[in-house]
Design a protein around this ligand. Structure first.
Ligand code: ADP
Ligand code: ZN
Length: 227
C-alpha cells in the first residue's frame, strides 16, 4: 500500500490524505475529526454542518434538506452529493480532507469514487446506550460548530463556546424520538458501507467508547500512520 505520510505531523506536499470518519450518529465523528485536522493540517468536511449552514441561510439546498433533517431521515443523495462535490473542489481540500457524515449510502460511496480516492476509513464503534447518552447531552456552537457535552465535555462557562464565545444550542434532531429514527436510518442505509470498505481493505476499526477522547484520537492517528 502507498505510504502517504513522510512527516507524521503534516501532510506530505506530494501526497494526499483523504480520510472518512465513519460511525453511527453520536459515535463522536465531529469531536474526533476536530482533533485530527489539527494534527494533519487538512480540513474537516461535515455534510451535516454544510446542510445546517444552508438551512441557516435558507438557500435552495437548505429549503429542500430541512424537512428530511427534522424528521431524522437522510437527505436525498443528489442534494448531498452536489453540496459535497462543490466543497471538495475548493483549494483547501486539494491536499486531503476528513469526511464526517459522508458517504451515508452505497450510492454516495460510488459517486465519491468518481471524484476522490479514499485512503483510510476510520470506523468508530459505540453501543446504542452510549450513543443515546451522548446525543441527548450534546451542545453545538452556533458560530464555529464546536461540539460539547453537558457532562462529558462541558464548556468552561455554561452555554458559551470556549473557542469563539458563540452561543451553544441543542440541535433540533437531538431529541429521543428523532435520535431513534436516525439510528434506524444508519442501520438500514449506512451500515452496509462497513462491508463495502472492508472489502476494499481500507477500513480500520476504532473503539469509540473509551473514556478519554485523546485515547480515541491516538488510536485513529496510529491507524492512519500504520497505513
Ligand atoms: P449525526 O452524525 O449525529 O447524525 P450529522 O450532522 O452528520 O449528525 O447529520 C445530521 C443530519 O443531516 C442527518 O440526520 C441527515 O438528515 C443529514 N445528512 C448529513 N449528511 C448526510 C448524507 N451524507 N446523506 C444524507 N443525509 C445527510
Ligand atoms: Zn464556537
Amino acid at each position: 500500500m502507498r505510504k502517504v505520510l513522510n512527516f507524521p505531523t503534516q501532510v506530505d506536499v506530494l501526497g494526499t490524505m483523504r480520510i472518512i470518519i465513519f460511525g453511527p450518529p453520536g459515535a463522536g465523528k465531529g469531536t474526533i475529526s476536530a482533533s485530527l485536522i489539527k494534527r494533519f493540517g487538512i480540513p474537516q468536511v461535515s455534510t451535516g454542518d454544510l446542510l445546517r449552514e444552508s438551512i441557516r441561510k435558507m438557500d435552495d439546498i437548505g429549503r429542500k434538506a430541512k424537512p428530511f433533517m427534522d424528521e431524522g431521515q437522510l437527505v436525498p443523495d443528489e442534494i448531498v452529493i452536489a453540496l459535497l462535490s462543490g466543497r471538495l473542489h475548493q483549494p483547501d481540500a486539494l491536499q486531503g480532507f476528513i469526511l464526517d457524515g459522508f458517504p451515508r449510502t452505497l450510492n454516495q460511496a460510488e459517486e465519491l469514487k468518481q471524484f476522490a480516492g479514499i485512503e483510510h476509513v476510520l470506523n468508530l464503534k459505540s453501543s446504542r446506550q452510549v450513543i443515546m447518552k451522548r446525543l441527548s447531552g450534546r451542545r453545538t456552537c452556533s458560530k464555529c460548530n464546536a461540539i460539547y457535552h453537558i457532562t462529558n465535555l462541558p464548556p468552561k462557562k455554561e452555554g458559551i463556546c470556549d473557542k469563539c464565545g458563540g452561543a451553544l444550542f441543542q440541535r433540533n434532531d437531538d431529541n429521543p424520538k428523532t435520535i431513534a429514527k436516525r439510528l434506524k436510518a444508519y442501520r438500514l442505509q449506512t451500515m452496509p458501507l462497513i462491508k463495502y470498505y472492508r472489502k476494499e481493505g481500507i477500513l480500520k476499526d476504532i473503539d469509540g467508547e473509551q473514556q478519554s477522547i485523546q485515547k480515541i484520537v491516538d488510536d485513529c492517528i496510529k491507524a492512519i500512520e500504520n497505513g
